[in-house]
Design a protein around this ligand. Structure first.
Ligand SMILES: [Fe+2]
Ligand SMILES: [Fe+2]
Length: 266
């Protein structure tokens, strides 16, 4: 890895998002099922916003970066089917947390996602600037907005988006997926194993053979080979945009749901 790419990677791994306590707090004591639903709603909507490539591959090609465009397209293609699988895992975890079948059909994505949103409305609906239509906190909306920039194809936005993709894939591979594994599997709260069919989302994403490991390798190569003196500041800004937005989402979910001592009314 060249020195500038190494610096960009270290910018991610040194950021407080990288060692955020949200997953440890989830693993320490099991949140009530409604809280789990609220957490999954915010996380699910954020993750969904990161999957489409938008105009990023097209923008890279317009800059003569065809190989980098292909590397990004591989990531986007591998995301197919992940939305339904995340919904299945969330529903299974909530059923396990509740000790009863809250979601009767683990494969009905629309019903599950509607249920997660309702839980979010109940638990987080009074937060300032909570949007009742989408059920999103202002912090989730800001984190999602960073990915809406993928609609733009001007060279500065394309390079910034490449930086955002770098930070996203490092955090997904090294923070988010390991964090979910800690909270959902290793904690023992939900009596689930990675090999259970309902947990396929996590199995698919986790570890050295997982999707996120491959995404990280792809985007590191793309950045490494696209970097120049002219664009490194823009890539850097895209990294910071992502880190600063997501850390605020983790902060609010951690404070409102996991450290608050909230317990469901009897
Ligand atoms: Fe995915
Ligand atoms: Fe990824």
């Amino acid at each position: 890895m060249n020195a500038t790419t190494t610096e960009l990677v270290e910018q991610v791994t040194r950021h407080r998002l990288y060692t955020h306590p949200i997953w440890e707090h989830w693993a320490e004591s099991p949140p009530p099922p409604d809280v789990v639903g609220a957490l999954f709603h915010q996380i699910q909507c954020f993750c969904a916003s990161t999957r489409p490539g938008g105009a990023l591959p097209e923008g890279l090609r317009a800059l003569g970066l065809g190989h980098q465009a292909e590397l990004l397209e591989e990531i986007v293609a591998s995301e197919a089917g992940h939305g339904p699988e995340l919904a299945t895992m969330a529903a299974h975890i909530i059923n396990q947390a509740a000790g009863r079948s809250v979601f009767g059909d683990l494969y009905d994505q629309a019903v599950i996602e509607a249920g997660l949103k309702k839980a979010s409305d109940r638990i987080l609906g009074t937060l300032p600037a909570y949007d009742p239509i989408t059920g999103l906190t202002v912090q989730a909306r800001r984190a999602i907005t960073v990915f809406e920039r993928r609609k733009l194809t001007d060279p500065a936005s394309v390079m910034r988006n490449l930086g955002t993709a770098l930070a996203l894939e490092i955090i997904s591979n090294q923070e988010l997926i390991p964090g979910e594994k800690l909270a959902l599997v290793d904690s023992g709260h939900y009596r689930v194993s990675l090999d259970a069919p309902e947990m396929h989302y996590l199995k698919e994403h986790w570890g050295e053979c997982g999707a996120e490991h491959q995404h990280e390798a792809n985007v590191v190569t793309a950045v490494e080979t696209a970097l120049s003196r002219d664009n490194e500041q823009l890539i850097h800004r895209g990294v910071v945009d992502f880190l600063e937005a997501l850390v605020r989402l983790w902060d609010v979910l951690d404070a409102a749901l996991l450290q608050s001592g909230y317990a469901e009314a009897a």
